[in-house]
Design a protein around this ligand. Structure first.
Ligand code: HGY
Ligand code: MN
Ligand code: MN
Length: 413
């Protein structure tokens, strides 16, 4: 792996956006799609890509494409890389932006090496990968691939009740034209996404970079408890139908349901009482559940168990419970051929699975897809404690450049 002769490094690029979307209350970053912060990051990427002579365009789904075209200008068999710029609330600075910054530096490295790609190279920035604003993970790549119905997307609402359609329109994206884009997919030959590792695999293996093998199946459900809202002071405890008590019991029951299956994970990270007053017994409480397991049938069994427990404890509290699915992603195994090619190009990189979802998991159903992971010395993610050491960040970009070089001049997929 030869280091680049350009000035930009992954660390210097990430330093340029280090102040964008900082969250003083939660810590870390809050960069929801169509927020000022995320819009600023998109502008930053467009400027960086333009500075590298890439041909930049934003499509009708809000995906930004930065093209390094061949002399012919024909966009076929493209080697695609990239990631996302949006974050979870109070997230780290590497989940998403590391893959985007590494892609820019990989282009610098390949240009510095004098590469004349035999196929086009493109960097994509996918919007709303986290699903933090509108609830559906990988919204941009799901629209691109037709995995998300455009009408459903247009009607998704954020916590303030704003629809995706209205927010997109205000952000300059015409919501009438979102939806499957087979012409865009037809230009692509393969996708390699570099991402910060969201776990401890590379810490334990003492390696800086890994190749991805699979993504754990995962889904999101909304569980709503309805009861009787009332005054906190004039309502005796006997006879209350308090959905907050039902929800609190459900959070423990959800943990217990996951514990019954080895390797299952179930998380409640978000709970919203309505109306949410200190001196008010809630009339409704919504909570969201993230369930994951390598076997999709086990994920379904955990959700079934949660449903039964929720209905039972709701009845005991004089409330009702309703569960609705928000998004579902089956376990994805990356393309074995592409994974093997990456192993031959990066012989020092071990192969790791991941429990985190990615746009690569969505695209994997449509073209050969792979991932590279860069060591995170804290092993923590979706938190301000997420970290990548400077040296590993640069090694990740060089590994991506080596992988892309091999793929750009390899056989057509
Ligand atoms: O939730 C996930 O697994 C990913 O970080 N969006
Ligand atoms: Mn991510
Ligand atoms: Mn994430």
């Amino acid at each position: 792996m030869t280091a680049p002769s350009t000035t930009a490094t992954v660390t210097s690029l990430l330093a340029e956006i280090a102040d964008v979307g900082t969250d003083q209350w939660r810590g870390g970053y809050s960069r929801p799609v169509f927020s000022t912060a995320e819009t600023d990051l998109r502008g930053w990427f467009v400027e960086q890509a333009g500075r590298r002579g890439l041909d930049v365009e934003t499509d009708r789904n809000g995906i930004i494409w930065a093209w390094w075209d061949t002399a012919s200008g024909v966009r076929k068999d493209t080697v695609l890389t990239g990631s996302h710029l949006d974050s979870v609330p109070g997230g780290g600075g590497f989940d998403g932006p590391l893959g985007v910054a590494s892609a820019l530096v990989a282009v610098d490295i390949l240009k510095a090496r004098g590469l004349r790609p035999a196929k086009p190279l493109a960097i994509a920035v996918f919007p709303e990968e986290e699903g933090s604003r509108f609830g559906v993970a990988c919204l941009g790549s799901r629209l691109l691939t037709g995995a998300l119905d455009p009408d459903k997307a247009r009607s998704l609402r954020d916590a303030d009740g704003n629809t995706y359609a209205d927010v997109a329109a205000a952000g300059g994206q015409d919501p009438r034209f979102i939806g499957a884009d087979p012409a865009a997919l037809a230009q692509l030959g393969m996708f390699v996404e570099l991402h910060v590792e969201q776990g401890r695999g590379l810490i334990d293996l003492e390696r800086p970079v890994a190749i991805g093998s699979s993504i754990l199946g995962h889904g999101r459900w909304k569980l709503s408890f309805a009861g009787q809202g009332n005054h906190a002071g004039t309502t005796l405890m006997a006879g209350r139908r308090d959905p907050m008590v039902a929800a609190a019991r459900a959070v423990v029951a959800i943990r217990d349901a996951a514990r019954e299956h080895r390797n299952a994970r179930a998380t409640v990270g978000r709970l919203q009482p309505v109306p949410g007053g200190t001196n008010v017994i809630a009339s409704r409480v919504d909570l969201w559940i993230d369930v994951r397991h390598p076997d999709d049938a086990v994920t379904a069994a955990v959700v079934e168990s949660i449903t039964c427990r929720a209905e039972l404890l709701a009845a005991e509290e004089g409330c009702t419970a309703a569960l609705t699915v928000e998004s579902l992603s089956p376990t994805v195994h990356f393309d074995a051929g592409l994974r093997d090619t990456l192993q031959s190009l990066l012989p020092d990189a071990p192969v790791l699975d991941t429990g985190a979802g990615h746009d690569a998991g969505v695209l994997a159903g449509h073209l050969p897809t792979a991932m590279l992971f860069v060591r995170n010395p804290t092993g923590i993610s979706h938190s301000p404690e997420e970290l990548v050491d400077d040296a590993d960040a640069e090694l990740g970009a060089v590994a991506l450049a080596d992988a892309l070089a091999g793929l750009l001049n390899g056989p057509a997929s």
